[in-house]
Design a protein. Structure first.
Length: 149
C-alpha cells in the first residue's frame, strides 16, 4: 500500500512539474514575442521620423542637388552618395542613437509650362533587411517664376 502511495505521489509530482514547465514555456514565448513586436514598432516609428525629416527638407529644395546639400548638413546623416535616380545615405534619429537606418531617396521631376512637380520616394531600411521598413512618397510643385505670381 505504501509503495502505491509513493508511486502516485511521484506521478503527481511529475505531472505538476510538466504543467509548470509548460506554463513557463508559454509565458516565456509570450514575453519574447511581445519584446520583438515592441522593437519592431520602435524601429518603424524611428523610420517614419527619418522619412518625414528627409521629405520636409527635400520639399524646400528646387532640385535634387539642392536637397542633397541640405540633407548633408544634418548632423545625423553620414555616407551620402548620389546616384542617377537619387541618393542613398545613413541616418540616425539623434547623435547618441544606437540604430542607423539606410535611406534611399528617388527623385523625379516632371516639368511643363506651368511649373515643375518634384516627386520623392523615400525608402528606409533597418539592419540587413532587403525590404524597406517604411516607404514615404512625397512631392512638391514649383510654379515657374516667368509665368506670373
Amino acid at each position: 500500500m505504501k509503495s502505491k502511495r509513493n508511486l502516485a505521489f511521484i506521478v503527481e509530482l511529475f505531472l505538476l512539474f510538466a504543467l509548470m514547465l509548460l506554463v513557463t514555456v508559454v509565458l516565456t514565448r509570450a514575453f519574447v514575442s511581445s519584446r520583438m513586436q515592441s522593437l519592431y514598432a520602435r524601429h518603424k516609428t524611428e523610420a517614419v521620423i527619418v522619412a518625414e525629416r528627409v521629405a520636409e527638407i527635400s520639399m524646400s529644395a528646387d532640385d535634387l542637388d539642392g536637397a542633397l546639400k541640405l540633407i548633408s548638413e544634418l548632423e545625423e546623416v553620414s555616407d551620402l552618395s548620389e546616384s542617377e535616380e537619387g541618393a542613398t545615405f545613413m541616418s540616425k534619429i539623434s547623435e547618441d542613437g544606437k540604430d542607423s537606418y539606410l535611406v534611399k531617396l528617388k527623385w523625379e521631376i516632371e516639368s511643363d509650362r506651368s511649373g515643375a512637380l518634384n516627386t520623392q520616394e523615400i525608402s528606409v531600411y533597418f539592419g540587413e533587411g532587403s525590404e524597406p521598413i517604411y516607404v514615404l512618397e512625397s512631392g512638391s510643385f514649383r510654379k515657374e517664376a516667368s509665368h506670373g505670381a
